[in-house]
Ligand binder design. Structure first.
Ligand code: PMV
Length: 362
Protein backbone atom coordinates (compact mmCIF):
# COMPACT_ATOMS: atom_id res chain seq x y z
CA UNK A 1 0.00 0.00 0.00
CA UNK A 2 1.36 3.39 -1.02
CA UNK A 3 2.19 5.45 2.07
CA UNK A 4 3.52 8.98 1.69
CA UNK A 5 3.99 9.53 5.42
CA UNK A 6 7.65 10.59 5.76
CA UNK A 7 9.07 12.13 8.96
CA UNK A 8 12.35 12.83 7.13
CA UNK A 9 10.90 15.57 4.96
CA UNK A 10 12.14 18.44 7.09
CA UNK A 11 14.15 21.48 6.13
CA UNK A 12 17.69 22.19 7.20
CA UNK A 13 16.79 25.54 8.80
CA UNK A 14 20.21 27.09 8.03
CA UNK A 15 19.18 26.85 4.35
CA UNK A 16 15.68 28.23 4.68
CA UNK A 17 15.61 31.33 2.49
CA UNK A 18 12.23 32.93 1.73
CA UNK A 19 10.86 32.01 -1.67
CA UNK A 20 7.75 31.31 -3.69
CA UNK A 21 6.26 28.86 -6.16
CA UNK A 22 3.39 29.35 -8.62
CA UNK A 23 1.35 26.77 -10.52
CA UNK A 24 -1.48 27.20 -13.00
CA UNK A 25 -3.75 24.18 -12.99
CA UNK A 26 -6.89 23.57 -15.01
CA UNK A 27 -10.32 22.24 -14.15
CA UNK A 28 -11.49 18.98 -15.70
CA UNK A 29 -14.74 17.58 -17.03
CA UNK A 30 -15.58 13.97 -16.19
CA UNK A 31 -17.04 11.88 -19.00
CA UNK A 32 -17.50 8.84 -16.76
CA UNK A 33 -18.49 10.39 -13.46
CA UNK A 34 -17.12 9.78 -9.99
CA UNK A 35 -20.14 9.88 -7.72
CA UNK A 36 -19.97 7.96 -4.47
CA UNK A 37 -16.91 7.44 -2.29
CA UNK A 38 -15.64 5.53 0.74
CA UNK A 39 -12.74 5.65 3.18
CA UNK A 40 -10.46 8.63 2.69
CA UNK A 41 -11.61 10.01 -0.64
CA UNK A 42 -11.62 6.66 -2.43
CA UNK A 43 -13.91 6.32 -5.44
CA UNK A 44 -16.63 3.70 -5.79
CA UNK A 45 -15.98 3.47 -9.52
CA UNK A 46 -13.32 4.47 -12.02
CA UNK A 47 -13.78 7.81 -13.81
CA UNK A 48 -12.21 9.54 -16.79
CA UNK A 49 -12.09 13.22 -17.70
CA UNK A 50 -10.97 15.77 -20.23
CA UNK A 51 -8.39 18.14 -18.81
CA UNK A 52 -9.55 21.65 -19.67
CA UNK A 53 -7.47 24.62 -20.77
CA UNK A 54 -9.05 28.01 -20.08
CA UNK A 55 -10.80 27.37 -16.77
CA UNK A 56 -7.84 27.30 -14.39
CA UNK A 57 -6.61 28.38 -10.97
CA UNK A 58 -3.29 30.13 -10.47
CA UNK A 59 -1.86 29.62 -7.02
CA UNK A 60 1.23 31.27 -5.58
CA UNK A 61 2.64 29.92 -2.36
CA UNK A 62 5.15 32.17 -0.57
CA UNK A 63 7.17 30.82 2.31
CA UNK A 64 9.69 31.87 4.90
CA UNK A 65 10.93 30.54 8.24
CA UNK A 66 7.99 30.23 10.65
CA UNK A 67 7.18 33.33 12.70
CA UNK A 68 4.10 32.26 14.64
CA UNK A 69 5.23 29.24 16.64
CA UNK A 70 1.88 29.06 18.45
CA UNK A 71 0.11 27.69 15.40
CA UNK A 72 0.63 24.26 13.87
CA UNK A 73 0.25 25.79 10.40
CA UNK A 74 1.07 29.48 10.01
CA UNK A 75 -1.09 30.38 7.02
CA UNK A 76 -2.34 33.58 5.43
CA UNK A 77 -4.81 32.83 2.65
CA UNK A 78 -5.75 35.30 -0.06
CA UNK A 79 -8.31 34.75 -2.80
CA UNK A 80 -7.85 37.10 -5.73
CA UNK A 81 -5.60 39.25 -3.55
CA UNK A 82 -8.10 39.63 -0.67
CA UNK A 83 -8.25 37.73 2.62
CA UNK A 84 -10.96 35.05 2.42
CA UNK A 85 -11.82 33.38 5.70
CA UNK A 86 -14.08 30.64 4.37
CA UNK A 87 -11.54 29.37 1.82
CA UNK A 88 -8.67 30.05 4.24
CA UNK A 89 -10.00 27.85 7.02
CA UNK A 90 -10.69 25.04 4.53
CA UNK A 91 -7.12 25.23 3.23
CA UNK A 92 -5.69 25.44 6.76
CA UNK A 93 -7.55 22.25 7.76
CA UNK A 94 -6.28 20.59 4.60
CA UNK A 95 -2.66 21.56 5.36
CA UNK A 96 -3.00 20.35 8.95
CA UNK A 97 -4.21 17.00 7.59
CA UNK A 98 -1.01 16.82 5.49
CA UNK A 99 1.66 17.39 8.16
CA UNK A 100 2.64 13.73 8.30
CA UNK A 101 3.16 13.73 4.55
CA UNK A 102 4.88 17.13 4.42
CA UNK A 103 6.32 17.66 7.97
CA UNK A 104 8.23 20.73 6.71
CA UNK A 105 4.91 22.61 6.64
CA UNK A 106 5.29 23.08 10.40
CA UNK A 107 8.58 24.96 9.86
CA UNK A 108 7.12 27.63 7.58
CA UNK A 109 5.10 30.80 7.47
CA UNK A 110 2.99 30.38 4.36
CA UNK A 111 0.98 32.83 2.28
CA UNK A 112 -1.22 31.32 -0.39
CA UNK A 113 -2.66 33.60 -3.03
CA UNK A 114 -5.10 31.97 -5.41
CA UNK A 115 -7.06 33.31 -8.37
CA UNK A 116 -9.34 31.75 -10.97
CA UNK A 117 -9.39 32.53 -14.69
CA UNK A 118 -13.17 32.27 -14.71
CA UNK A 119 -15.43 34.80 -13.02
CA UNK A 120 -15.92 34.31 -9.31
CA UNK A 121 -19.06 32.23 -8.55
CA UNK A 122 -19.74 31.57 -12.23
CA UNK A 123 -21.27 28.32 -11.08
CA UNK A 124 -18.15 26.45 -12.16
CA UNK A 125 -16.72 23.95 -9.73
CA UNK A 126 -13.30 25.31 -8.92
CA UNK A 127 -12.22 22.64 -6.46
CA UNK A 128 -10.51 20.55 -9.16
CA UNK A 129 -8.36 23.42 -10.41
CA UNK A 130 -7.67 24.95 -6.99
CA UNK A 131 -6.83 21.72 -5.17
CA UNK A 132 -4.60 20.48 -8.00
CA UNK A 133 -2.77 23.83 -8.11
CA UNK A 134 -2.21 23.70 -4.35
CA UNK A 135 -1.04 20.07 -4.47
CA UNK A 136 1.47 20.95 -7.21
CA UNK A 137 2.83 23.85 -5.12
CA UNK A 138 3.29 21.54 -2.13
CA UNK A 139 5.13 18.95 -4.20
CA UNK A 140 7.39 21.68 -5.61
CA UNK A 141 8.18 22.72 -2.02
CA UNK A 142 9.15 19.15 -1.23
CA UNK A 143 11.32 19.02 -4.33
CA UNK A 144 12.93 22.38 -3.49
CA UNK A 145 13.74 21.51 0.13
CA UNK A 146 14.30 17.78 0.01
CA UNK A 147 15.02 16.92 -3.66
CA UNK A 148 12.94 13.77 -3.32
CA UNK A 149 10.62 14.20 -6.32
CA UNK A 150 12.97 14.76 -9.23
CA UNK A 151 11.40 12.08 -11.44
CA UNK A 152 8.44 13.58 -13.34
CA UNK A 153 6.28 10.48 -12.92
CA UNK A 154 6.90 10.37 -9.17
CA UNK A 155 6.16 14.08 -8.87
CA UNK A 156 2.91 13.81 -10.84
CA UNK A 157 1.74 10.75 -8.93
CA UNK A 158 2.29 12.40 -5.58
CA UNK A 159 0.67 15.66 -6.75
CA UNK A 160 -2.34 13.67 -7.94
CA UNK A 161 -2.52 11.77 -4.64
CA UNK A 162 -2.44 15.02 -2.63
CA UNK A 163 -4.97 16.70 -4.94
CA UNK A 164 -7.29 13.72 -4.41
CA UNK A 165 -7.19 14.27 -0.65
CA UNK A 166 -8.30 17.88 -1.25
CA UNK A 167 -11.10 17.07 -3.69
CA UNK A 168 -11.45 13.66 -5.36
CA UNK A 169 -11.92 14.83 -8.92
CA UNK A 170 -8.91 17.20 -8.62
CA UNK A 171 -6.51 14.26 -8.93
CA UNK A 172 -7.34 13.98 -12.65
CA UNK A 173 -6.37 17.61 -13.41
CA UNK A 174 -2.64 16.88 -13.08
CA UNK A 175 -2.40 15.30 -16.54
CA UNK A 176 -2.61 16.59 -20.11
CA UNK A 177 -5.57 15.66 -22.35
CA UNK A 178 -7.27 13.02 -20.18
CA UNK A 179 -6.92 11.45 -16.75
CA UNK A 180 -8.27 8.18 -15.34
CA UNK A 181 -8.85 7.78 -11.63
CA UNK A 182 -9.90 4.54 -9.98
CA UNK A 183 -8.56 1.03 -10.28
CA UNK A 184 -9.72 -0.76 -13.42
CA UNK A 185 -8.30 -3.62 -15.45
CA UNK A 186 -9.02 -1.52 -18.53
CA UNK A 187 -6.16 0.91 -17.76
CA UNK A 188 -2.80 -0.40 -16.65
CA UNK A 189 -1.34 1.34 -13.62
CA UNK A 190 -4.71 2.79 -12.62
CA UNK A 191 -5.34 3.26 -8.92
CA UNK A 192 -7.92 4.45 -6.43
CA UNK A 193 -5.19 6.56 -4.78
CA UNK A 194 -4.19 8.80 -7.70
CA UNK A 195 -5.07 9.40 -11.32
CA UNK A 196 -2.97 8.35 -14.30
CA UNK A 197 -2.55 10.10 -17.66
CA UNK A 198 -4.66 8.73 -20.49
CA UNK A 199 -3.48 9.91 -23.85
CA UNK A 200 -1.94 7.20 -26.05
CA UNK A 201 -5.15 5.37 -26.82
CA UNK A 202 -7.09 8.53 -27.62
CA UNK A 203 -7.92 9.36 -31.24
CA UNK A 204 -6.53 12.78 -32.30
CA UNK A 205 -10.07 14.16 -32.80
CA UNK A 206 -10.54 14.20 -29.01
CA UNK A 207 -7.23 15.92 -28.28
CA UNK A 208 -8.51 19.22 -29.64
CA UNK A 209 -12.12 18.79 -28.50
CA UNK A 210 -14.03 21.89 -27.47
CA UNK A 211 -16.01 22.33 -24.28
CA UNK A 212 -18.26 25.39 -24.24
CA UNK A 213 -19.51 25.94 -20.70
CA UNK A 214 -22.98 27.51 -20.82
CA UNK A 215 -23.76 29.25 -17.56
CA UNK A 216 -27.43 28.45 -16.85
CA UNK A 217 -27.03 29.82 -13.34
CA UNK A 218 -24.27 31.43 -11.30
CA UNK A 219 -25.98 30.63 -8.01
CA UNK A 220 -24.15 28.60 -5.45
CA UNK A 221 -25.55 25.07 -5.54
CA UNK A 222 -28.05 24.11 -2.87
CA UNK A 223 -26.38 20.77 -2.07
CA UNK A 224 -22.58 20.41 -2.03
CA UNK A 225 -20.73 17.57 -3.79
CA UNK A 226 -19.60 16.35 -0.39
CA UNK A 227 -23.25 15.93 0.71
CA UNK A 228 -24.11 14.41 -2.67
CA UNK A 229 -21.43 11.72 -2.36
CA UNK A 230 -22.66 11.00 1.15
CA UNK A 231 -26.24 10.46 -0.06
CA UNK A 232 -24.99 7.74 -2.43
CA UNK A 233 -24.37 5.55 0.64
CA UNK A 234 -28.12 5.09 1.06
CA UNK A 235 -29.16 5.41 -2.59
CA UNK A 236 -30.96 2.20 -3.62
CA UNK A 237 -29.56 2.52 -7.14
CA UNK A 238 -25.96 2.83 -5.94
CA UNK A 239 -24.75 -0.70 -6.76
CA UNK A 240 -26.39 -0.65 -10.18
CA UNK A 241 -24.75 2.72 -10.78
CA UNK A 242 -21.25 1.53 -9.92
CA UNK A 243 -21.51 -1.42 -12.29
CA UNK A 244 -23.02 0.78 -15.01
CA UNK A 245 -20.05 3.17 -14.68
CA UNK A 246 -17.60 0.30 -15.19
CA UNK A 247 -19.46 -0.93 -18.25
CA UNK A 248 -19.74 2.54 -19.74
CA UNK A 249 -16.03 3.11 -19.18
CA UNK A 250 -15.29 0.00 -21.22
CA UNK A 251 -17.35 1.21 -24.20
CA UNK A 252 -16.14 4.79 -23.88
CA UNK A 253 -12.47 3.76 -23.97
CA UNK A 254 -13.14 1.85 -27.19
CA UNK A 255 -14.90 4.89 -28.69
CA UNK A 256 -12.00 7.15 -27.67
CA UNK A 257 -9.55 4.77 -29.29
CA UNK A 258 -11.27 4.55 -32.66
CA UNK A 259 -12.67 8.11 -32.78
CA UNK A 260 -16.30 6.95 -32.61
CA UNK A 261 -18.03 10.25 -31.90
CA UNK A 262 -21.53 8.86 -31.79
CA UNK A 263 -20.79 6.30 -29.08
CA UNK A 264 -18.72 8.91 -27.24
CA UNK A 265 -21.70 11.27 -27.25
CA UNK A 266 -24.28 8.67 -26.28
CA UNK A 267 -22.25 7.55 -23.24
CA UNK A 268 -21.25 11.07 -22.21
CA UNK A 269 -24.85 12.32 -22.22
CA UNK A 270 -26.04 9.22 -20.42
CA UNK A 271 -23.41 9.72 -17.70
CA UNK A 272 -24.45 13.35 -17.20
CA UNK A 273 -28.13 12.52 -16.92
CA UNK A 274 -27.44 9.49 -14.69
CA UNK A 275 -25.54 11.75 -12.28
CA UNK A 276 -28.54 14.04 -11.97
CA UNK A 277 -30.99 11.13 -11.86
CA UNK A 278 -29.07 9.80 -8.85
CA UNK A 279 -29.49 13.15 -7.12
CA UNK A 280 -33.22 13.18 -7.85
CA UNK A 281 -33.54 9.59 -6.60
CA UNK A 282 -31.61 10.18 -3.37
CA UNK A 283 -33.24 10.64 0.00
CA UNK A 284 -33.74 13.52 0.53
CA UNK A 285 -34.12 14.19 -3.15
CA UNK A 286 -32.69 17.28 -4.79
CA UNK A 287 -32.51 18.86 -8.22
CA UNK A 288 -29.60 21.00 -9.41
CA UNK A 289 -30.82 21.38 -12.99
CA UNK A 290 -32.61 24.61 -13.91
CA UNK A 291 -35.41 25.04 -16.45
CA UNK A 292 -32.89 26.68 -18.80
CA UNK A 293 -30.59 23.65 -18.53
CA UNK A 294 -33.39 21.44 -19.85
CA UNK A 295 -34.29 23.91 -22.57
CA UNK A 296 -30.67 23.94 -23.74
CA UNK A 297 -30.52 20.13 -23.70
CA UNK A 298 -33.59 20.01 -25.94
CA UNK A 299 -32.06 22.60 -28.26
CA UNK A 300 -28.83 20.60 -28.53
CA UNK A 301 -30.70 17.41 -29.37
CA UNK A 302 -32.87 19.18 -31.96
CA UNK A 303 -29.82 20.84 -33.53
CA UNK A 304 -28.06 17.49 -33.74
CA UNK A 305 -31.09 15.88 -35.31
CA UNK A 306 -31.38 18.67 -37.91
CA UNK A 307 -27.72 19.13 -38.80
CA UNK A 308 -26.31 15.64 -38.05
CA UNK A 309 -23.34 17.42 -36.47
CA UNK A 310 -21.53 15.63 -33.63
CA UNK A 311 -22.31 17.98 -30.76
CA UNK A 312 -23.08 16.51 -27.34
CA UNK A 313 -23.60 17.73 -23.79
CA UNK A 314 -22.34 16.93 -20.35
CA UNK A 315 -23.05 18.26 -16.87
CA UNK A 316 -21.12 18.55 -13.64
CA UNK A 317 -22.85 18.58 -10.28
CA UNK A 318 -24.63 21.80 -11.20
CA UNK A 319 -26.96 23.42 -13.75
CA UNK A 320 -24.37 24.53 -16.32
CA UNK A 321 -24.28 22.72 -19.63
CA UNK A 322 -20.97 21.61 -21.16
CA UNK A 323 -21.20 21.46 -24.93
CA UNK A 324 -18.68 19.03 -26.43
CA UNK A 325 -17.71 19.06 -30.11
CA UNK A 326 -14.76 18.54 -32.43
CA UNK A 327 -12.71 21.50 -33.56
CA UNK A 328 -13.82 20.99 -37.18
CA UNK A 329 -17.33 22.34 -36.43
CA UNK A 330 -16.26 25.09 -34.04
CA UNK A 331 -17.54 27.93 -36.18
CA UNK A 332 -20.97 26.39 -36.71
CA UNK A 333 -21.32 25.70 -33.00
CA UNK A 334 -20.25 29.25 -32.11
CA UNK A 335 -23.12 30.45 -34.29
CA UNK A 336 -25.49 27.93 -32.74
CA UNK A 337 -24.54 29.13 -29.26
CA UNK A 338 -24.93 32.79 -30.20
CA UNK A 339 -28.23 32.32 -32.02
CA UNK A 340 -29.97 29.68 -29.95
CA UNK A 341 -28.37 29.03 -26.57
CA UNK A 342 -26.91 32.23 -25.19
CA UNK A 343 -30.37 33.59 -24.42
CA UNK A 344 -30.77 30.78 -21.85
CA UNK A 345 -27.48 31.61 -20.10
CA UNK A 346 -27.49 33.91 -17.08
CA UNK A 347 -26.45 37.33 -18.42
CA UNK A 348 -25.66 35.57 -21.71
CA UNK A 349 -22.52 34.15 -20.15
CA UNK A 350 -20.61 31.19 -21.56
CA UNK A 351 -16.97 30.17 -21.46
CA UNK A 352 -15.18 28.80 -24.51
CA UNK A 353 -12.91 26.04 -23.27
CA UNK A 354 -11.17 23.05 -24.79
CA UNK A 355 -9.02 20.05 -24.00
CA UNK A 356 -5.68 21.24 -22.65
CA UNK A 357 -2.10 20.35 -21.91
CA UNK A 358 -2.37 20.17 -18.13
CA UNK A 359 -0.81 22.27 -15.39
CA UNK A 360 2.22 24.52 -15.84
CA UNK A 361 4.63 25.95 -13.34
CA UNK A 362 4.96 29.70 -13.82
O1 PMV B 1 -14.38 16.03 -6.53
P1 PMV B 1 -15.73 16.25 -5.92
O2 PMV B 1 -15.83 15.60 -4.57
O3 PMV B 1 -16.13 17.70 -5.95
O4 PMV B 1 -16.80 15.45 -6.82
C1 PMV B 1 -17.09 15.88 -8.11
C2 PMV B 1 -17.90 14.88 -8.81
C3 PMV B 1 -18.36 15.27 -10.22
O5 PMV B 1 -17.79 16.48 -10.65
C4 PMV B 1 -19.85 15.42 -10.25
C5 PMV B 1 -17.97 14.16 -11.19
C6 PMV B 1 -16.51 14.02 -11.46
O6 PMV B 1 -16.07 12.88 -11.61
O7 PMV B 1 -15.81 15.03 -11.58
Amino acid sequence: MLDYTNPQLIIDSSRLEPGSVTWRSPSNLALIKYWGKHGVQLPRNPSISFTLNNAFTETTLRYSAKQNMGKEIDLTFLFEGEPNEAFGSKVEKFLISLVEIFPFLKQLSITIDSRNSFPHSAGIASSASSMSALALCLCTLEETFCATLNEDAAFDQKASYIARLGSGSACRSIFPTMGVWGETLEVSGSSDLFAVPYIEKVDPVFKTFNDAILIASRDEKSVSSRAGHELMNQNIYADARYSQAKQQLHYLLEALKVGDLETFGRITENEALTLHALMMASNPSYILLKPNTLTMIEKVRAYRQDTKQPVYFSLDAGPNLHLLYPDSIKEDINNFITNELMQYCQNGEWIADMVGEGPIQL
